[in-house]
Design a protein around this ligand. Structure first.
Ligand SMILES: CC(=O)SCCNC(=O)CCNC(=O)[C@H](O)C(C)(C)COP(=O)(O)OP(=O)(O)OC[C@H]1O[C@@H](n2cnc3c(N)ncnc32)[C@H](O)[C@@H]1OP(=O)(O)O
Length: 492
């Protein structure tokens, strides 16, 4: 098929799927909360029972991660997500007081962009949260995970058919091209884009003119403070960073330790078969981490540590399962400070925890702002300072960032799409849940006449006006303040 013809076919397919999805959504919107919940239960059960087969397909097709952990991700995306949504009210009237009734209004048709790193689990998770709020979803699959994504949607659709899920509620663009994804994002039948993937894709989603929830790059730092139980902290980071060979974007990319604890931390990592690269080896590996255009390199993503070492021509013991490189710098051209999604960690040493905080902020502002970082500490003052200053939407405390960020080891919503807030270029900082996938219609009864409002609220009261004026700062003060802010920005 010529490229041009392929593009046309894929655009046509996308338009058809969107039309079907729109019809299906209208039918779905007629269902009650009980009926929707029954559908979710059946879909989650079907995906859960196929968790291993789907995990195998994903690993075989993408070459990323490993079957055991992809199986766990599928179980998490089905069972854990369904359990967490069980009590959520998402259909029709979801709240009611004497004067205000809140009605949930589904977004409609959602465009789901799926990354190659978590393909099957993302399809399960996005389908469940979309349907829980009465939406249909059309998936744009990453081309290198096409088959396993189609198969996951088939498992869900086969199960859904048995319980009255309207045909077309879940679909996948099978002839995927960039033009099809573009069409999906811009088509008038798409009501919301749920974009998980690379920053270019997320940017394209936000520029499409359709409302979007996008997730930018992650892989933040982990700080181990002296007040932490160091062996436990190291074990947690190790388990988190090696899970599915590092493919979860909430996982750590660097560790920061104080000089006085460095030796102890290194020893604990070595006990777990982590390998510290020497300077020469670190430089050798560095060449494989980023592509010439500065994006992360798929050749190392989700691979085993030994395979990565072999690729870079580095001799490591056969049982090695994590590679660490000492680093002092950070920046776009410093691979160990960048998002890599592999069992590789940068290792930074600082003198004080205040320096660790400053370094964490700098790394995150360079890449990963608004995503996730972790801290291992018992000292409340240190925890408080990080809570107030770290530019992240999730600060995971005394837990691996992977499991903490996605809500597996913490009490936040279990999600595989993690909002990064304004600082990360996202429209939400939430762990995306069904609550992000409906609008609300407020049915509000009038309770006051204009006369009552003026009287009760004192809106014409002179004294009140004066008090506002008192608070005002002068024009000169305002200019001084602005100049100060601009200078601060320029110095930074
Ligand atoms: C909670 C979480 O853990 S979510 C984690 C999500 N994060 C990520 O996926 C990180 C960002 N991803 C990436 O950087 C890359 O996808 C990698 C490194 C993982 C894999 O890289 P690669 O396999 O080389 O694939 P890459 O993403 O570059 O895409 C390959 C091609 O498919 C295209 N493509 C990707 N997604 C789509 C899509 N949805 N529709 C159509 N085309 C697509 C790309 O445009 C690219 O085309 P090109 O070769 O013409 O430029």
């Amino acid at each position: 098929m010529t490229n041009k013809y392929k593009d046309l076919v894929s655009i046509e397919e996308t338009r058809n799927l969107l039309e079907k999805a729109q019809k299906a959504q209208k039918e779905l919107a007629q269902k009650s909360q009980e009926e929707i919940d029954a559908i979710i239960k059946v879909l989650a059960k079907a995906a859960y029972s196929e968790r291993e087969r789907l995990a195998r397909l994903a690993v075989e097709e993408t070459g990323f991660g490993n079957v055991r952990d992809k199986l766990i991700k599928n179980a998490f995306a089905s069972k854990t997500v369904a359990d967490a949504m069980k009590e959520m009210k998402t259909i029709d009237v979801i709240e009611e007081t004497d004067t205000v009734k809140t009605v949930a209004v589904p977004k409609g048709v959602i465009a789901g962009l799926v990354p190659s790193t978590n393909p099957t689990s993302t399809v399960i998770y996005k389908s469940l949260i979309a349907i829980k709020s009465g939406n249909a979803i059309v998936f744009s699959p990453h081309p290198s995970a096409l088959k396993c994504i189609i198969e996951t949607a088939k498992v869900l659709n086969d199960a859904g058919r048995e319980i009255g899920l309207p045909e077309g509620t879940i679909s996948v663009i099978e002839n995927i091209t960039m033009q099809a994804t573009d069409e999906l994002m811009k088509n008038k039948n798409t009501d919301l884009i749920l974009a998980t993937g690379g920053s270019a894709m997320v940017k394209a989603a936000y520029s499409s003119g359709t409302p979007a929830i996008g997730v930018g790059p992650g892989n933040g730092p982990a700080f181990i403070h002296g007040s932490a139980d160091i062996p436990t902290a190291v074990r947690r980071i190790f388990e988190s960073k090696t899970f599915d060979n590092g493919t979860i974007c909430a996982s750590e990319q660097s560790i920061i330790v104080e000089k006085k604890n460095k030796q102890k931390v290194k020893e604990e990592f070595e006990k777990l078969n982590a390998y510290f690269l020497n300077e020469e080896e670190a430089k050798q590996l560095e060449k494989f981490l980023l592509r010439p255009d500065g994006r992360m390199n798929a050749v190392v993503v989700g691979k085993k540590a030994t395979a990565i070492a072999e690729l870079a021509g580095i001799d490591v013991p056969a049982k090695t399962n994590l590679l660490l490189a000492e680093e002092t710098r950070y920046g776009g051209r410093v691979p160990y400070s960048r998002e890599i999604l592999a069992p590789i960690l940068g290792f930074y040493t600082v003198d004080t925890w205040q320096e660790a905080l400053e370094l964490s902020i700098n790394i995150l502002l360079m890449e990963g702002a608004g995503h996730t970082m972790s801290i291992h500490a018992e000292d409340q003052k240190v925890l408080d300072e990080f809570s107030l200053c770290a530019p992240v939407s999730r600060l995971v405390v005394n837990s691996g960032a992977t499991f903490g960020g996605i809500g597996a080891s913490t009490d936040i919503f279990p999600a595989l799409t993690l909002g990064c807030g304004s600082i990360g270029g996202s429209s939400t900082s939430d762990n995306v849940s069904p609550l992000n996938l409906f609008d609300t219609r407020l049915i509000a009864k009038g309770t006051k006449e204009l006369g009552d409002i003026l009287e009760e609220e004192n809106l014409l009261n002179k004294e009140f006006d004066d008090s506002i004026n008192d608070d005002k700062i002068s024009k000169d003060q305002l200019i001084d303040l602005l100049v100060e802010k601009v200078l601060e920005k320029l110095q930074a």
